[in-house]
Design a protein around this ligand. Sequence first.
Ligand SMILES: [Fe+2]
Ligand SMILES: [Fe+2]
Length: 247
Amino acid sequence: MDEHRAPSLERILRPVHRWVWRDAHRCARKLLTFAATEADGGRDLSRAAELTTDPLLRRLFLRHALDESHHAELFRARGRTMLAALGGGGGWLEARWLTPGERGGDDLRVEDVKDASLLAFLHLSEKVAAARFEVYRDVIPDEETREVFRRILRDEVFHVHYTRTQLERIAPERHRRELWLARASRLWKGYLRVATALAGRLGTVILLAQYFLVLPLFALAAKRAARRERPGWSERQREQPTLESQY
Ligand SMILES: [Fe+2]
Ligand SMILES: [Fe+2]
């Protein structure tokens, strides 16, 4: 894929990606996370190959599944080699939300969708992944990891193209609509992810503010009231009614 076709957000975030990938420990951990994502994608595509009734699609989904499981092996091997060479230590921050792997936060539920919708979803997510991997390949400082991304990118470009061609073949009339729906669904899921994360952070901030700002005021008022109390037993006020009988 040409660089000018990469989404502008990825290009704008290039300095951030450069910072994220600069730390070798973080880089190794990210590769292992990516390996898990790719392996998961491979399993989903094997299931899609089982479910489709179209023989050509079945062959392509199987090839796609093999590619993804090969990517998982490449990422895992490189991540483990790096970690073994680096030893322990390294920062705790992985910045997963800044540099997601192939599917990012997109969850693929192959049982719930028809072939056309699945191809539209795959096309969009492979396209975004290929653009992301292009940026990662360019900003990663070590040559061996860059080579891993280079090899994976060749397959990703194939995935982008075959999903579009097959979508146009099986849904010639409505392929644009399917892409539009897949795009809307991605946007909605992205919004939900951001909103959920924000709500979680906001809840923490409000609870902390209550604990450190509101609670001390009550503690102060309780202390003042306690100071006004006389120590020991105090005599009963005369005007208070007395309990003559239980009934
Ligand atoms: Fe992949
Ligand atoms: Fe892929």
